[in-house]
Design a binder for this molecule. Sequence first.
Ligand SMILES: Cc1cc2nc3c(=O)[nH]c(=O)nc-3n(C[C@H](O)[C@H](O)[C@H](O)COP(=O)(O)OP(=O)(O)OC[C@H]3O[C@@H](n4cnc5c(N)ncnc54)[C@H](O)[C@@H]3O)c2cc1C
Length: 337
Amino acid sequence: MDKGAPNIAILGAGVVGLTVADILQKDLGKANITIIADKFKEDTTSAVAAGIFCPGSSFRGATREITHKWIDDSWYYWQDILKSSEASNAGIMELSTYIFARDNYELTKNPLLEHLVSNYRAAREDELKLCGPGWKYGSYFTTVKIGCDRYLPWVERRFVDKGGRIVSGKVDSFTSLRQYDLVFNCTGLGAKYLCNDFDIFPLRGQVIRVKAPWLKTAFFCDYDTYIIPGMDGVTTLGGVRQHDNSNLQVCKYDAHAIWQQCCEILPDLRKAEIIGHNVGLRPYRVPVRVEPEVIGGVKVVHCYGHGANGVMSSPGTALNAVKIGYDYLKSNIRNKL
Ligand SMILES: Cc1cc2nc3c(=O)[nH]c(=O)nc-3n(C[C@H](O)[C@H](O)[C@H](O)COP(=O)(O)OP(=O)(O)OC[C@H]3O[C@@H](n4cnc5c(N)ncnc54)[C@H](O)[C@@H]3O)c2cc1C
């Protein structure tokens, strides 16, 4: 531990907390950084996510410009890893994707993504038949997928290898963290209680994971149905978006509906081995909260409430949070930097 360097705590070891830690460590080599969390890796919401880079229309920062910057910064962050020799270890891959709709071409467009990918285009007539009859509108593009089963352990290992500390435990108030010069609050849904924030709520999701090594393309169709292949031949089938539902148990009715809908779209899925069912509570908040606050004398930078897009958008919001934190530290009278 470097006694002259600032002490920084990051609350949360989901994709947001770990990505903040990674960026912070790169920027502030001299700091003592500790991650504190009560859940890690496969026990986090992040591990349930399909992890596709496909921003939803409800994903928002405080302004339109901020939203665009977060998404653009995130895209280039993932592209850098994708182009590196670490891509596979980190679980980052390219993914061809179709969005199909029966009623309206606009539903298949994505204004937050179209300028980033090089090949966003309308689906051709033959492509509209890939998921059975009745699909009148479609778009095609190539995006990235972040597999949290690999990314979380990879980025955690990188953090520890560079001298980061990890502490397991639940934090009940910020005032218990007075020994830190700065605290990043990346607690996802946990912020509801920690910050008494009534603007964040659970958006329940459920998925089925299947072994379908022949699938190389992702599909989004009506009724929130998606089929998203990943590494190791594992495909994620979803899904549901249930507002203000905190039930973490697998619901057999949801599982049945997901299975039927996905098999209707791609009948070959009936041959796939089911590996498991997962439930996660998306930390839904509009806007996502990235801002500073002094709580009981502790300097806090919030970075939570990423809803259905927290995996893909974690680097952009993390870069923003780290910049705020850096300015905070510079204004610190003790200025240890
Ligand atoms: C079914 C499903 C599919 C999804 N698909 C995608 C997708 O394709 N693309 C995408 O970008 N996103 C997707 N998401 C959304 C994504 O999973 C979330 O936005 C993201 O995981 C949020 O990350 P987080 O780090 O904020 O939260 P979490 O992963 O929940 O991590 C929160 C961390 O904070 C800790 N914590 C909380 N409170 C405390 C406390 N008081 N004390 C100590 N530690 C605390 C927890 O232990 C945990 O370590 C999906 C989500 C679901 C459920």
